[in-house]
Write a protein that binds this ligand. Structure first.
Ligand code: ZN
Length: 391
């Protein structure tokens, strides 16, 4: 009966996945007309939690369709919680509101949500304590700065430097890469104050009562293909949550596989006590200077680096069919030189290409792990990985 009691584990009805990465789901208000599913996707690596909600308004189709696609994402890190169809009654009626009025006015800051459905949705915030919250909507009019009814093509964001920067970055990204016609460029909007209308917005409560970086994404529902609007939602959501959910996939995550730490930091080895070699008596014991830690010149390991064309491909949501040029020639090998570059373009551990440059065609809508292993003249190797994604 009560929507407040999410009950965490008791509602989890399906689990699959490997050691740490997993996919779970739960059901809110089971057995009622408001019954709706939520999804919990965990990446392999620890990280923040992102909550994405769609369908608070039932006639804002791109928002709940995009959220449904986002619930299928594979992520690298952190936790992604998605409630694609928050207001199932309204969605089925294809109206803004369902039972009990406007759901996105029922989350007052500082007090309990006002309806059973609103409390059920809020219970997910309390359960998962998201660091970032995205709420996906549509509007029939463009945002002109103050019109409550017209908020299309806007990313509203909570206060704070990081939320502001993330929203700015996402807006710049989608405008530059996805939208040629500046009439359709997204704008930025700050959240209205807690005492100004409209009040009771879900994202406002998420920011003010739960401390999340919160974003309200609004596409223009008129005059634009549904598939385009869904893509815009997906691209913006992915861009804003990239740091949280797709961390550990940039070129900075290099791992030198065959380099003992001592060779990298000779000054840290306790066996090197210069006083001993300075006393004349000690020079008669040549054994000491033959300790293996001291004699070989430390071999500087190679450092594998991948650059891409387009240059920001690893942070982008690329179109299916995009060909990405991969270039390893920025890799370094100290005094030595790199003799082989091996590319694993499928993540299966086998080499698909060799040479400093290759290319990959992103022929499906998924993520593509790209793993480069560089080997130098001394046989030392370094491996780096990036992930490319299509939407
Ligand atoms: Zn809405």
């Amino acid at each position: 009966m009560s929507g407040v009691a999410l009950g965490g584990a008791s509602l989890v009805r399906a689990t699959s996945g490997s050691a740490q990465a997993s996919r779970d789901s739960f059901t809110l208000l089971s057995g009622t007309e408001h019954e709706t599913d939520g999804f919990v996707i965990r990446g392999e690596n620890e990280g923040p939690t992102v909550l994405v909600v769609g369908g608070l308004h039932g006639n804002e189709t791109a928002g709940y369709e995009a959220a449904g696609e986002i619930a299928q994402w594979d992520i690298e890190s952190g936790t992604l919680v998605v409630i694609p169809r928050a207001n199932e009654v309204a969605i089925q009626r294809n109206t803004r509101t369902g039972e009990n009025g406007d759901l996105n006015r029922q989350f007052p800051t500082g007090s309990q949500p006002e309806t059973e459905l609103a409390r059920a949705i809020w219970s997910v915030v309390e359960e998962y304590e998201p660091d970032t919250v995205l709420d996906l909507h549509e509007s029939q009019e463009r945002y002109d700065g103050d019109d409550i009814d017209g908020v299309g093509q806007t990313v509203f964001h909570s206060d704070g430097q990081e939320a502001t920067q993330d929203a700015e970055d996402a807006v710049n990204f989608i405008n530059n890469r996805w939208i040629d016609d500046s009439d359709y460029h997204f704008k930025l909007g700050g959240f209205s104050g807690p005492n100004s209308e409209p009040t009771g917005l879900f994202v406002h409560k998420a920011a003010r009562d739960a401390g999340a970086d919160a974003f309200l994404v609004e596409t223009l529902s008129t005059d634009v293909d549904l598939s385009t609007r869904i893509k815009w939602h997906s691209v913006i959501t992915r861009r804003i949550s990239a740091e949280e959910l797709f961390a550990g996939t940039s070129s900075t995550t290099t791992t030198a596989t065959q380099t003992p730490e001592e060779t990298e930091t000779p000054e840290d080895t306790p066996t090197e006590t210069p006083e001993e070699t300075e006393t004349p008596e000690e020079t008669e014991t040549p054994e000491e200077t033959e300790t293996p830690e001291e004699t070989p010149e430390p071999e500087e390991p190679p450092s594998a680096t991948i650059s891409t064309t387009p240059s920001d491909a690893m942070n982008a949501n690329l179109e299916k069919g995009t060909v990405v040029e991969l270039d390893a020639s920025g890799s370094t090998a100290g005094d030595s030189s790199i003799v082989t570059f091996e590319w694993d373009l499928t993540g299966d551990g086998t080499t698909d290409a060799t040479g400093a440059k290759t290319r990959v065609k992103l022929d499906a809508c998924r993520t593509f792990p790209i793993i480069l292993t560089a080997t130098d003249e001394a046989g030392l190797t370094d491996t780096t990985e990036i992930t490319l994604s299509t939407v």
